[in-house]
Write a protein that binds this ligand. Structure first.
Ligand code: EPZ
Length: 462
């Protein structure tokens, strides 16, 4: 079987995605390639995989560039469609955007003359809401479409708005656009977040960085990408302390200057390959990672019987014995990340025994993908925020859909484990956040390729 997998690598079209992803035209963003991934399961993943820059850091750092009074160079930027969307928005606003190579972009925000982000592209991506904070910091006014993003339930922004109001802004909603503005300069404030939210923590940071006086965010989120955004802003001349703890203090400064900055590795992409390695009984060195960011994921894999060896910037995942059940509860960082929940649930679906997975970050159902897994033979029942996973001997290949980014990654992992062939549809969701996933898996020995389908417009799938 291993030989068959290697032979099939040569049939894989390695170029089509690169073409799609480096095309910055509105046409490329307005329509999507409805390729499927076709996966023949049963190949053991072995070798090394390089992790790209963190999506959820990049999508905040790109809007943050408009706070600078000179050009910024951002390195280790992931080559994913969410990043392409944001660079397109920046261009549309008037910024000069130039890719020096696939992972380095130079952005000059000085020509931007607008306080408005047009609805056309921006509403498709959740992270466009970071333009509210960044525009407020830049010019005290922001008109931005209400955010879209992965559809796993209601995703409110009340905590963002509460923060902007505390900083001296008013807001109104008209025709799907949210307008936030301050009559006078933004001023520092004490802001206690009612829920631990990544988006509100970063957005308030962006708005407060040039406000007059001291802003204190309490009950702040502590994710690695929050620290990365703070580091980026501090390198530009900001005065932010405490990022990575639940109290962040921001002394407003008058100006921020352009810098060169390299984005941290993607915690969730790394975790996804770790789980894929474990699921296939593999031996994979996951490279260019920060092992500390992966501790909650590593701990669960060890509990399941997987061997983890940490290096300075690598994690080796070795799985030689049957996987054991374990219970998982998603929590804000440093807890187990919600963005790894579908992947670990998939792994537990082939572990020995009954496991419980508790989704505590998202109020609404982030278990919709379980129906797709059941089509492959997984034995999972969902009761509200809890999934009860009875380990099955095997999964069987089936046509399934990627319902969102991480649910899609879970379907790929299921396909790698399953007997027979799995077709994963709607892979445009996966390509929002995983750079070259097909190519990286092929390098590790997976039998996976992208089957091309005719395009249709993005509007129809929201
Ligand atoms: C970010 O979303 C990530 N997205 C998500 O990752 C991730 O799932 C989430 O953080 C949690 O880690 C980006 O960074 C672009 P939140 P965000 O605000 O900021 C509630 C992925 O797969 N809440 O931390 O939108 C909310 O309903 C994506 O990469 C409020 O009640 O999430 C949720 O229950 C998908 N009011 C909880 O807080 C608010 O004003 C956490 O949400 C804001 C949030």
């Amino acid at each position: 079987q291993r030989q068959m997998c290697i032979r099939d690598r040569s049939n894989t079209n390695l170029t089509s995605k690169n073409v799609l992803q480096t095309d910055l035209s509105s046409k490329s963003l307005g329509s999507v390639n409805l390729d499927k991934y076709v996966i023949k399961g049963g190949c053991r993943l072995t070798g090394e995989v390089n992790i790209s820059g963190a999506k959820n850091a990049a999508v905040a750092i790109l809007p943050a560039v408009i706070l600078s009074d000179s050009p910024c160079r951002i390195e280790n930027i992931p080559d994913i469609s969410d990043v392409k969307t944001l660079t397109y928005i920046l261009k549309e606003m008037g910024a000069r955007v130039e890719y020096l190579d696939l992972h380095t972009v130079e952005i000059d925000p000085r020509p931007i003359m607008t306080d408005t982000v047009s609805a056309e592209i921006a509403r498709r991506i959740r992270a466009s809401y970071y333009f509210i904070g960044a525009l407020l910091g830049r010019c005290r006014n922001a008109v931005v479409p209400l955010p879209g993003g992965c559809n796993f339930g209601v995703r409110p922004i009340d905590q963002h708005l509460k923060g902007f109001v505390a900083l001296g802004c008013d807001y109104s909603l008209d025709n799907g656009m949210i307008s936030v503005s301050a009559q006078n300069d933004l001023h520092g404030a004490n802001i206690y977040l009612d829920v631990v939210t990544v988006g509100a923590t970063m957005n308030i940071m962006l708005a407060a960085v040039k406000a007059r006086g001291l802003t204190v965010i309490e009950n702040a989120a502590r994710e690695p990408h929050i620290v990365d955004l703070a580091n980026f802003l501090n390198t530009m001349g900001a005065d932010i302390r405490g990022a990575g703890t639940d109290t962040i203090k921001i002394h407003g400064v008058q100006r921020l200057r352009g810098v060169t900055y390299s984005i941290i590795p993607d915690q969730i992409e790394a975790g996804t390959y770790m789980v894929a390695a474990a699921a296939t009984g593999g031996d994979v060195v996951v490279k260019n990672v920060t092992p500390k960011h992966l501790e909650s994921i590593s701990a669960k894999l060890v509990e399941m019987g997987v061997t983890i060896e940490e290096g300075d910037d690598t994690v080796r995942v070795l799985c030689e014995r049957p996987l054991r059940k374990c219970n998982v509860k998603t929590m804000p960082h440093p807890g187990f990340p919600t963005d790894m929940q579908p992947q670990i649930t998939t792994l537990l679906s082939v572990a020995k025994g009954t496991s419980m997975v508790n989704e505590s970050v998202w109020e609404n159902n982030r278990f919709k993908y379980v129906d797709e897994l059941r089509r492959m033979g997984a034995q999972i029942t969902v009761d509200g925020k809890v999934a009860i996973v009875e380990g099955a001997d095997r999964l069987k290949g089936a046509p399934v859909r990627a319902l969102d980014l991480r649910a899609g990654a879970a379907m790929v992992i299921a396909g790698l484990v399953a007997e027979g062939t799995t077709q994963v549809e709607d892979v445009q969701y996966i390509e929002r956040g995983y750079e070259n996933i097909v190519e990286k898996l092929v390098e590790l020995g997976a039998d996976i390729y992208r089957m091309e389908e005719p395009e249709r417009t993005l509007d129809k799938i929201g």
